[in-house]
Design a protein around this ligand. Structure first.
Ligand SMILES: NC(=O)C1=CN([C@@H]2O[C@H](COP(=O)(O)OP(=O)(O)OC[C@H]3O[C@@H](n4cnc5c(N)ncnc54)[C@H](OP(=O)(O)O)[C@@H]3O)[C@@H](O)[C@H]2O)C=CC1
Ligand SMILES: O=C(CO)COP(=O)(O)O
Length: 334
């Protein structure tokens, strides 16, 4: 692939731009603040998000989105889920015709309850097969440090997914393709909410049995939602499902898990938000949209419901624990 634009120079946008560049693809990275673009251009470092990582020479940065988009074969969208619609609407006039539009965001839009690829299709006015999603166990800091990982490129157009796969394959990053966009996106969005629950459990002092139980039951409720929305059930056993769930729920690098941990230790939502230093913990908003989506499709998601109540209705995580344990007894695969 000749040239790729990455729009959004936070942790994952910057790390993914590095992955592309290290795979031999020329990349232009757009940062919304000129000082971030300047620091990358002059010092080869994103001082705000990945201060210890030297970025390769075939990665250039700009604060001018038109410049980044000019002639790009693929456009990677690396902004938070809840701002993607507004950002993309601004970029739409400059999107190169036919370019693959790639979402990195893991969330479900508040209000519309749309997945990110649905938002992209709607705002950019492109067909489903022009939109791809990259998702999997991909903690940005580890990838920026070139620690080996795998990921999934989901697109209904297999050839487009393969083209992107070539553009971002290297010695530390191994992308697989998948045509189940619905399942892959739901896996990425729902695991953030389950990671908040795991963080809460850790904050309350619970150990590995509790974590494993939340992860496994979290996967069960994610798969139930997936089934209702037409996802392939096997996707949830793969990198975009179980893989990302395990990485995010277990890692101290996860913003969602860390956020939940603060709530579990008794911090208020406002204090947890302050401690996030402006970095996005997508599950805090997506717990509400996913809960609504589940209700619309009559799907039972008790952990997601509880996380929503802790984050937005002031429920004490200890009360949530008691409520989850006190639910009506049932068979595991009911
Ligand atoms: N970090 C990770 O490990 C991974 C993240 N993801 C997903 O990728 C997406 C992006 O996350 P990530 O890069 O980590 O987020 P960060 O919080 O690290 O960075 C967010 C980026 O988006 C920019 N931004 C914030 N608000 C707006 C806005 N209103 N308009 C335009 N740009 C904005 C920020 O700019 P500024 O610096 O100027 O505020 C920053 O460049 C999320 O959906 C996340 O779930 C997926 C896999 C891994
Ligand atoms: O999506 C991620 C790892 O795959 C990053 O998780 P956090 O957003 O919780 O840091």
């Amino acid at each position: 692939m000749d040239r790729v634009a990455v729009l959004g120079a936070g942790s994952w946008g910057t790390a993914f731009a590095k992955v592309l560049a290290d795979s031999g693809t020329d990349v232009v990275l757009w940062a919304r603040r000129a000082e971030v673009a300047d620091a990358i251009s002059t010092g080869r470092v994103n001082t705000d998000y990945l201060p210890d990582v030297v970025l390769p020479a075939n990665l250039t940065a700009t604060a001018d989105a038109d410049k980044a988009l000019d002639g790009a074969r693929a456009v990677v969208l690396a902004v938070p889920s809840q701002t993607l619609r507004e950002n993309l609407a601004g970029w739409r006039p400059s999107l190169p015709p036919g370019a693959t539009l790639v979402s990195l965001a893991k969330g479900v839009e508040l209000g519309t309850l749309k997945r990110m690829s649905e938002v992209v299709r709607e705002v950019a006015g492109v067909p489903e097969d022009q939109v791809a999603v990259v998702t999997g166990p991909n903690l940005a800091k580890e990838i920026a440090a070139e620690q080996p990982t795998a990921t999934v490129i989901a697109c209904t157009d297999h050839d487009r997914a393969v083209e992107l796969q070539h553009a971002c394959s290297n010695s530390y990053f191994r992308p697989y393709t998948n045509v189940d966009v619905v399942g892959c996106e739901l896996g990425g969005a729902c695991k953030n909410v389950i990671a908040l629950a795991c963080g809460m459990a850790a904050g309350m002092g619970f150990g590995d049995n509790t974590m494993a139980s939340i992860i496994t039951r979290g996967l069960a409720e994610t798969a139930r939602l997936g089934a209702a929305l037409g996802a392939d059930p096997l996707t949830f056993a793969g990198l975009a499902g179980l893989g990302d769930l395990v990485a995010t729920c277990a890692s101290p690098l996860s913003r969602n898990r860390s956020f939940g941990e603060r709530l579990g230790r008794g911090d208020s939502l406002a204090r947890a938000q302050e401690a996030a230093h402006g970095q996005v913990a997508e599950g805090v908003k997506s717990c509400s949209s996913i809960r609504e989506l589940a209700a619309r499709h009559d799907v039972d998601m008790p952990i997601t419901e509880g996380v929503h109540q802790v984050c937005h209705e002031g429920l004490d995580p200890r009360v949530l624990t008691a409520a989850l344990l006190g639910r009506e007894r049932k068979a595991e695969r009911q």
